[in-house]
Design a protein around this ligand. Structure first.
Ligand code: ZN
Length: 242
């Protein structure tokens, strides 16, 4: 079973289209989306529709929750809030219904996925400090957990003796004695300095994960964002990958 793992699409349909084409070439058996389908970008309805039709599972992200008024926006910065308020205005009824049904956790036999943290997915925390990394690895009910949320691809690995390793998420061979917390980066708004869309491929039989990047038509998305009146910093950042 080969699973395409994607996260943080953020209404960027051009980026999503490029990723879905790449995943088709990779012949994945299914696609799991780790949330934040909407927010920031100009095509929330198209992105929700795509996930509704093709994703095996989609998890709820904080921007999805805010877009359907399931959480307050007090943690959002001004531009994020403006983009969500715009998203709320344009989201269709069916799309709102779909976003409302999304779960916070996806779970398989040997692995799991959440949008933000395995420790408390509903709190929408970020994992930055060493103590947060350790706490979250310890909170994992499965040896492997995929996350999104920070838009920064990285792998936190806990060795059998408890030692923690930080590693880029490009190529990971899973060993049964270790635990893995893997951020798969962002499709629609990367923040690691590489503006290309990120996507992961998890091969369960081969016990292997690869994180890949693909270029997409950024100027086309920026033009749409301008036409929608979305904040300038959000338009500029997708070209910079920050
Ligand atoms: Zn996000």
């Amino acid at each position: 079973m080969k699973t395409g793992i994607i996260s943080d699409i953020h209404g960027n349909f051009e980026a999503l289209k490029a990723v879905l084409e790449a995943l088709e070439k990779e012949k994945v058996d299914r696609i799991i989306c780790l949330g934040d389908v909407v927010g920031y970008g100009p095509d929330p309805n198209l992105c929700v529709e795509q996930m509704k039709q093709i994703a095996y599972a989609t998890i709820m992200g904080n921007h999805d929750a805010a877009a359907v008024n399931a959480i307050s926006m007090h943690d959002f910065n001004e531009n994020a809030r403006i983009a969500i308020e715009w998203t709320q205005k344009v989201l269709g009824f069916e799309q709102v219904l779909f976003l409302n049904t999304l779960p916070l956790v996806f779970s398989e036999k040997d692995w799991m996925a959440v949008h933000a943290t395995p420790e408390a997915p509903e709190a929408w925390d970020y994992i930055f400090t060493e103590s947060q990394i350790v706490q979250n690895l310890n909170a994992m009910e499965k040896p492997i957990c995929f996350i999104g949320h920070s838009h920064m691809p990285i792998a936190f690995i806990q060795e059998a003796n408890g030692d923690i390793l930080l590693q880029n998420a490009d190529e990971i061979h899973f060993e049964s004695s270790k635990k893995y917390l893997i951020n798969v980066g962002s499709v629609g708004q990367p923040r690691d300095g590489d503006p290309r869309a990120a996507y992961g491929i998890f091969d369960e039989e081969k016990r292997h994960f690869t994180l890949k990047r693909i270029a997409y038509e950024i100027p086309k998305v920026q033009e749409k964002m301008r036409a929608c009146g979305l904040p300038i910093p959000l338009i500029e950042r997708i070209a910079e990958g920050w």
